[in-house]
Design a binder for this molecule. Structure first.
Ligand SMILES: Cc1cc2nc3c(=O)[nH]c(=O)nc-3n(C[C@H](O)[C@H](O)[C@H](O)COP(=O)(O)OP(=O)(O)OC[C@H]3O[C@@H](n4cnc5c(N)ncnc54)[C@H](O)[C@@H]3O)c2cc1C
Length: 406
């Protein structure tokens, strides 16, 4: 049986940064990075943005710093079908592979739209292959329906409209992202989308997509676009290892605040449900920058002794670019009771607090100072009034970051 000092499953940002970090942290021996992806590690954020908008070539952009150290062997296009914790082995096809240490970074998969005919053409977007299919379809399409108003749905609808496709976004929310971000931010996102020509059907459920692409709504209307994209969330990838002995919660692998899930086993990225020592509860995240950071920590911890494990202490956050507008958001992600908006020309900040008036989130548009201030306030559990007293006024001179790899 082949044997490695460290096996990493998944070549997304979490798996890739784990491999590099393990070696840079002094990890020794042979490392295997095994991934179902057929392409070398690439960035997902551009796929809903410049790639779909037709502003850049349909090419996979390598993850920055993903040139793996020589010590790391990479096996692409290869699915791990089982993990056997007791035997300290994974199964790759028919072949068992032994490990001393293991990092699971298998991410998530998009949820296919549940109520559609088996032969209905409902696209999803997670991988580069999905993006190639979507762009090919968009090149032929005059009209599109995007189902779902999360960040993937909003970004994709904006990009399809920029490409010149007559786009309708359908969502059960009363405004895009209103449940998560509140009325103010939702109304801005609404304006950005309609400004690009996206038609919004809000407060409406899609009841069915009939073959090939007829979208039935619960208000009795029917849409017949050339292209349908379902952006209705993801299923974390832990379920595929349900028999492994790993503890799962809603498809995520339960980890402690060192991202450790069992002796010599760590989880990182979208698949992890790690305990956060500052939030004092498990904090699941689905963000690019957090996956990079968690992978880095998992790799570092895998290279370290048991008594030298570091905690995951980052405040989760992401950037999202809808058309030409970039939002930056940091939050614990489990709701808020109070919202305060600080606005100035060409910029705004939305502050979120819980019932005790503690800052639990911040959303900024063209205000990086507040974004950084917000992360500190969330981490330190500052009161919102204290933050507002000393808030840095926004200016419209700050550069809007274009790459959404936060
Ligand atoms: C189109 C798009 C745009 C996005 N834009 C943003 C953004 O602007 N900002 C932001 O913060 N976040 C964004 N995200 C979310 C971000 O990409 C994810 O949070 C991030 O990719 C999670 O990284 P990960 O390494 O945990 O998992 P993934 O990136 O999903 O990687 C998982 C890896 O595991 C492999 N794998 C899965 N199962 C197996 C198996 N059994 N055997 C072997 N390999 C396996 C997969 O092939 C893949 O290589 C976007 C996501 C998408 C899809």
């Amino acid at each position: 049986m082949k044997s490695y000092d460290l096996v990493i499953i998944g070549s997304g940002p979490a798996g890739t940064s784990a491999a590099t970090s393990y070696v840079e942290s002094g990890g020794t021996g042979r490392v295997l990075l095994v991934s179902a992806d057929r392409l070398p590690p690439y960035q997902r954020p551009p796929l809903t943005k410049d790639v779909l908008a037709g502003r850049s070539d349909v090419e996979a952009t390598p993850i920055e710093g993903s040139e793996l150290p020589d010590q790391v062997e990479i096996k692409l296009g290869t699915t791990v079908s089982a993990i056997d914790l007791a035997a300290r082995a994974i199964r790759v096809g028919d072949e068992p592979v032994a490990f001393d240490r293991l990092i699971v970074a298998v991410g998530a998969q998009p949820i296919p739209f549940p109520a559609s005919d088996a032969d209905a053409e409902v696209l999803v977007l997670r991988s580069f292959d999905d993006a190639e299919r979507l762009v090919a379809s968009a090149q032929r399409a005059r009209s599109a329906v995007v189902i779902g108003s999360g960040f993937i749905g909003c970004e994709a609808a904006a990009s399809l409209a920029i490409r010149g496709v007559d786009t309708t976004l359908v969502t059960p929310e009363q405004a895009p992202q209103i449940d998560r971000l509140g009325e103010f931010a939702a109304s801005r996102i609404h304006e950005w989308l309609t400004g690009l020509g996206v038609e919004l059907r809000t407060g409406v459920q899609v009841t069915k997509v009939a073959a090939p692409s007829t979208v039935h709504l619960d208000d009795g209307h029917t849409l017949s676009p050339d292209l349908v994209l379902a952006a209705v969330g993801v299923t974390p990838g832990g379920e595929q290892f349900a028999d492994s002995g790993l503890q799962l919660h809603e498809g995520r692998i339960v980890a402690d605040d060192h991202l450790q899930v069992a002796p010599d086993v760590w989880a990182a990225g979208d698949v992890a449900r790690a305990h956060h020592p500052i939030a004092a509860r498990p904090v699941p995240v689905e963000h690019w920058g957090d996956a990079l950071a968690m992978g880095e920590l998992a790799g570092r911890n895998a290279a370290s002794d048991d008594d030298d494990q570091q905690q995951w202490r980052d405040v989760p956050g992401f950037w999202s670019t809808i058309g030409d507008h970039t939002l930056k958001y940091a939050a614990w992600g489990d709701g808020h009771e109070r919202v305060e908006v600080v606005e100035s020309a060409g910029a705004y900040t939305v502050w979120y607090a819980d019932a005790e008036d503690t800052v639990v989130g911040v959303l900024t548009y063209n205000n990086d100072d507040d974004y950084e201030r917000g992360q500190i306030a969330i981490e330190a559990a500052e009161s919102l009034d204290q933050v507002l007293d000393g808030a840095v006024p926004a200016t419209d001179e700050q550069e809007s970051p274009r790459d959404a790899d936060g």
